[in-house]
Design a protein around this ligand. Structure first.
Ligand SMILES: Cc1ncc(COP(=O)(O)O)c(C=O)c1O
Length: 394
């Protein structure tokens, strides 16, 4: 229940729709010019110079026409090598399609994969854009609970218990948006066995793969024996290389699936923008140093935010990956949507409520760390009086 009657209509009207709620809050935040943006999951860091140079070069040298629907052959080949080398996947160029961002990839995957009535198992809390992608293809989502005590790892027995004759696929997002949890290799091995036994497709969104902390490791389920024909791996350039606006993503899947996806892509957006594909190729072939620097920066910010939240007395799940702190705010006694609004209005900090990642999460906020450490510290200071006021009231 949202008790604050002053929550503006643009937030209230969409409070039960995670994706719309995020957009409504972002729109509202534009009214507060000094608001610190800890909402979106888009890197704030500059795209590395060699990638910008490749994009400029592509424009100047007239590489501005259409590419083949599935993407530039050079880029598909480089992506196949990346998947082989870094993820252990047995793929070739024909197993790859380049998309207009991961966002389009998830839509095309669902359109291609699902028949009306199919069920997709989705760990909760979740990146709710998948809800829309699944539902727009006539599918329905079946929620798989994950929790703090298990660091939001996915339990194989929870997966197996949710399978019905209608189950077509299982979605895994590792590292996770919004929890920062990862699905560990041991669990992925058990889940792979279940997928093979029940003939399920695993859609593995690995868009945050490069950002894992402490000694945690990213692992790709598609690398496991027997999973080649059962896995659709989704990824993109946005997060790894701070290239969100280039809108370039990619998918690895069985060849016939890629051909079917390309048919859907041909009648939606056509090929991904040529300039973005050349930039993506430069990102893959370029120096590793900029990514290492990003990793260092995010690790430092994660530490600043963890220290700050501990000082505020808020409980959270230590992120093993990605850019987010999934923070328990139930001690304030105030619903997350309302708290998020108050933090924006009174504290000038935009943070998404847990309810924008699933209806069950009214006691959580997702705090992103995509600002400088100074701004993160400033945001923590602005949050303090609001959190403390409500905690003492409740
Ligand atoms: C889990 C996940 N998958 C996919 C995407 C899509 O990213 P993009 O369209 O920028 O590649 C996002 C964006 O936030 C995400 O969080």
């Amino acid at each position: 229940m949202i008790r604050n009657p002053n929550i503006p209509e643009i937030v209230r009207a969409v409070a039960s729709d995670g994706t719309q709620l995020r957009y409504a809050l972002m729109e509202l935040s534009t009214q507060y010019k000094d608001a610190i943006q800890l909402g979106r999951g888009d890197p704030d860091l500059a795209t590395p110079a060699h990638i910008i140079a490749a994009a400029e070069d592509a424009v100047r040298s007239g590489k501005t026409g259409l590419t083949p629907i599935a993407g530039l052959p050079e880029l598909r080949e480089a992506l196949a090598h990346k998947f082989q080398r870094e993820n252990g996947l047995s793929v070739e160029t024909d197993n790859i399609i380049v998309t207009t961002g991961g966002q389009e990839a998830m839509y095309l995957v669902m359109q291609t994969l699902l028949d009306p009535g199919d069920e997709v198992l989705v760990p909760d809390p979740r990146y709710t854009s998948y809800d829309e992608a699944i539902e727009s293809a006539g599918g329905s989502i079946v929620i798989l609970p994950t929790d703090h005590d298990d660091a939001y790892n996915l339990r194989p027995e929870v997966v197996e218990a949710a399978i019905t004759p209608k189950t077509k696929a299982l979605l895994i997002v590792t590292p996770s948006n919004p929890t920062g949890g990862i699905v560990t290799e041991e669990r992925l091995r058990a889940i792979a066995e279940i997928a093979i036994k029940h003939n399920l497709i695993v859609i593995s969104d690995e868009i945050y793969e490069k950002f894992v902390y402490d000694s945690w490791q990213h692992f790709s389920i598609g690398s496991l024996l027997g999973m080649e024909e059962h896995t659709i791996t989704l990824n993109g350039f946005s997060k790894t290389y701070a290239m969100t606006g280039f809108r370039a993503g990619f998918v690895a899947a069985p060849k016939d699936f890629i051909r079917a996806m390309a048919k859907v892509k041909a009648v939606t957006t056509g090929p991904a923008a040529a300039v973005s594909q050349w930039a993506g190729l430069a990102a893959l072939n370029g120096p590793a140093e900029p990514l290492r620097e990003f990793q260092r920066i995010y690790a430092e910010r994660r530490q600043v935010m963890m220290d700050g939240l501990r000082e505020l007395g808020l409980d959270f799940s230590e992120p093993r990956g990605a850019f987010f702190l999934w923070t328990n705010t139930s001690s304030t006694g105030i619903h997350a949507t309302e708290l998020s609004y108050l933090l924006l209005k009174e504290g000038r900090v935009l943070i998404f409520p847990g309810t924008s990642f699933g209806e069950n999460w009214g006691g959580f906020l997702r705090i992103s760390i995509l600002q400088s450490t100074d701004l993160l510290k400033e945001a923590l200071q602005r949050m303090r009086p609001i959190i403390e006021r409500y905690r003492s009231e409740s």
